[in-house]
Design a protein around this ligand. Structure first.
Ligand code: UN1
Length: 493
């Protein structure tokens, strides 16, 4: 069995106490990918010390040069795309056509950041005094701790790591213990691209390692993607320690289908949004709100199409829906199905594991649809993170928007309609960081702001130009070339 190591200061190291954990293929429990260090505080301390030391030179490396390294990283991601996609599928399950897209997001992010190294614009602003100039520019923050989920094992880390690096920060990355192999390849690629040792460190492990990273006084910023409960806990610690944190947490994203919509398009959208990545996306379509005039018709179409989705190992090209990540998540989903039934919603498709044939060795759960779901039900409100779609009936456009907004989360949203007025009202009125018109709730592009409101985020946005806000501080500089003392607000009359 392959033994993987932490990467600290450019070297592979075991966890300080020698402990390890196994990473298992969710499509086949007999396939063990390897062992990884089960790290703790001592390992985090070493990695942070390495990142802190490397920061001194990295922050002084010209940003365009930092960008050149990231462009090379983009080239290497491109070269290794197929191999990496298969490694990702093997450890986290989603079909290879999806993991290819995951790698592509990292490639796009690298090329975007590479050119940003030649921008990172600041502002030059008139002074209120004679013979004085005011300017401002961005400076790096220091050592950034990055903690991510397993469902986008390359794309989501890249949204944090790549912009942080071009801004001149150094990193300690604690990847998900469900997708550690992908993180290892990420590190290999950055090293081959020419990133100096210590600038990017990987520490594998579980809660103990993540907690030690958040708690570390030399870590200036935490970038986190994961559950709302963990994110809020991280925020409370960062608040007490006065460190910056950027959170991307849960979602309960709704797709609205109006009676004037192109139903075939809306159908394709919800199948992809709800069951792509086995519903394990923070942007997954987990609620479907249908106008009453087409409610029965659309549900019938949906059931007949969802029944045909092919479950299987993501490495098989014909697979449309892969496994659920692990046993724990499988029982969580099963539990929500029980809750939904007890609450009085009608389960019209799925509702249990699929153990047919080869699927018996993996964590497969049938695409599941509940109809007649009311806002009072937990399956309407709570994030399940699995292939479970809750369908509700709306009596009007206003009612549909109201239902979409009855939710503690606010990440993504979608409306299918042919009415341009309704589309614009929805853009304005849906409470979410992202709204799609005539497209599903998933499909974020790397050069656009990504993030949510309410229980989903804490005011930051990843992606595009907004990522650079997270990873920089502003330095304001006043240059007085008058040769005399000029008192601002006093001598400017
Ligand atoms: C996530 O689920 O954490 O738009 C990110 C999408 C993807 C990103 C999802 N490009 O669904």
């Amino acid at each position: 069995m392959q033994e993987f190591l932490n990467i600290i200061d450019g070297k592979g190291v075991q966890s300080s106490n020698g402990a390890t954990f196994q990473n298992i293929n969710p499509a086949n429990s007999n396939d063990i990918i390897g062992t990884f260090p089960l790290s703790g505080k001592t390992d985090i301390d070493m990695a942070v010390a390495s990142a802190k030391a490397a920061f001194k030179a990295w922050k002084l490396t010209p940003a365009p040069k930092r960008g050149d390294i990231l462009r090379k990283a983009g080239d290497i991601f491109e070269r290794r795309k197929e191999e990496l996609s298969r490694i990702m599928t093997r450890e986290m399950g989603k079909p290879v056509f999806e993991t290819r897209g995951d790698v592509q997001e990292a490639i796009d992010t690298c090329y975007y950041a590479a050119t940003e190294g030649r921008r990172l614009f600041g502002y030059t602003v008139p002074s209120e005094m004679h013979n004085k100039m005011n300017l401002s520019f961005r400076t790096p923050i220091g050592v950034c701790g990055v903690i991510t989920a397993w469902n986008f094992p390359i794309a989501v880390p890249s949204w944090k790591i790549i912009p942080a690096l071009v801004c001149g920060n150094t990193i300690v990355f604690k990847p998900s213990d469900d997708a550690p192999h992908s993180a290892q390849i990420f590190a290999e690629i950055l090293e081959e691209a020419g990133l100096p040792a210590g600038v990017f460190n990987v520490v594998h492990g579980k809660v103990e390692a993540g907690a030690a990273l958040v708690d570390h006084p030399d870590v200036a910023l935490i970038g986190f993607t994961g559950s709302t409960a963990t994110g809020k806990h991280i925020a409370s610690i960062c608040g007490a320690m006065n460190k910056r944190c950027s959170l991307e947490m849960g979602g309960k994203n709704a797709q609205i289908v109006m009676d004037d919509a192109n139903l075939e398009l809306a159908l394709e959208g919800v199948l992809w949004g709800a069951f792509g990545t086995t519903g394990q996306r923070c942007t997954a379509t987990s609620r479907l709100i249908i106008h009453e005039a087409i409610y029965d018709e659309f549900i019938n179409l949906l059931i007949s199409r969802a029944t045909k989705l092919k479950l299987g190992n993501g490495l098989d090209d014909t697979t449309q829906v892969g496994p659920v990540i692990n046993e724990r998540q499988l029982s969580k989903i099963q539990n929500y199905v029980t809750i939904g039934r007890e609450e009085g919603a009608l389960c019209v498709l799925g509702g249990d594991r699929d153990t047919n044939g080869d699927l018996a060795h993996g964590n497969f759960f049938k695409p599941t649809i509940f109809i007649d779901v009311l806002p009072s039900m937990r399956i309407f409100m709570e994030e399940i993170f699995g292939p479970v779609l809750s369908v509700s009936k709306a009596t009007s456009f206003e009612h549909a928007i109201e239902l979409a907004n009855i939710c503690d989360y606010g990440l993504s949203s979608s409306i299918y309609t042919a009415n341009v007025d309704a589309a614009f009202q929805a853009m304005r009125d849906i409470e979410a960081g992202i709204t799609y018109i005539n497209a599903p709730t998933i499909g974020a592009e790397a050069h656009m702001p990504f993030g949510g409101i309410k229980g989903t985020g804490n005011g930051h946005r990843e992606g595009g130009w907004t990522a650079f806000e997270i990873f920089t501080e502003w330095k304001t500089v006043y240059i007085d070339y008058s040769g005399r003392l000029q008192k601002a607000q006093i001598d400017n009359q």
